[in-house]
Design a binder for this molecule. Structure first.
Ligand SMILES: [Zn+2]
Length: 115
């Protein structure tokens, strides 16, 4: 008895030229061994909030996301977010410094009222 199931299973790897886009292709190695991954860490959560869908490749262990038809790599995302975080911290530090100077000037004026 030759099983029919083997023949049926063979059709799974059939070629469908159009419409079968690289939705589940790894941008690193090109293999379709990509799994939808849960977002890990702060960076990936931020990007997921923006609509990114995180995936992980099982053959080269690359983490990447799809956002607005472009591919984001986890490493790039982390680097970009760190740059934004540093910029934000500098802005906050600057604002606090200006605020501190303003308070200092106001207190000085209160301590030495003009006579
Ligand atoms: Zn890969």
């Amino acid at each position: 008895m030759i099983g029919n199931e083997e023949a049926a299973m063979d059709t799974g790897g059939g070629t469908s030229p159009s419409e079968h886009q690289s939705a589940t292709m790894c941008p690193g190695c090109g293999l379709p061994r990509v799994h939808r991954s849960r977002r890990k860490g702060f960076t990936e959560r931020v990007f997921a909030f923006a609509g990114a869908k995180w995936s992980r490749c099982h053959s080269c262990d690359l983490r990447f996301a799809r956002l607005m038809k472009s591919t984001i790599y986890a490493d790039d995302a982390r680097r970009a977010l760190r740059r934004v975080a540093v910029l934000l911290l500098l802005m906050i530090a600057g604002a606090l410094f200006v605020l501190g100077v303003m308070i200092w000037i106001m207190q000085r004026q209160a301590a030495f009222p003009s006579t």
